[in-house]
Design a protein around this ligand. Structure first.
Ligand SMILES: [Zn+2]
Length: 85
């Protein structure tokens, strides 16, 4: 009977070890499957993301400031800074 108790204890410890290891490594590797925290408040995931030519930040196309051609910026200030270079 004592062996049965030990078997349960070892089984539970092994289960806890594998689950905790899976959750810690899983969150690190599957960052692309989970929605990004930076995408707060926006349900429109289908919207195209553009990159600021000045600082390299990604932002929705509707919020971007469009410069000459296909160049996009995160703000009017960065559009000005980029054109001054
Ligand atoms: Zn920028």
């Amino acid at each position: 009977m004592k062996y049965l108790i030990w078997a349960v204890v070892i089984y539970l410890a092994w289960r806890w070890y594998t689950v905790s290891r899976q959750s810690s490594s899983g969150s690190a590797s599957s960052t692309d499957s989970t929605p990004a925290a930076s995408n707060a408040g926006t349900d429109d995931v289908a919207e195209a993301m553009v990159k600021c030519a000045q600082c390299g930040i990604h932002l929705p196309s509707s919020e971007a400031v469009h410069g000459a051609g296909a160049i996009t910026f995160c703000s009017e200030e960065h559009r000005r800074l980029h054109s001054e270079r």
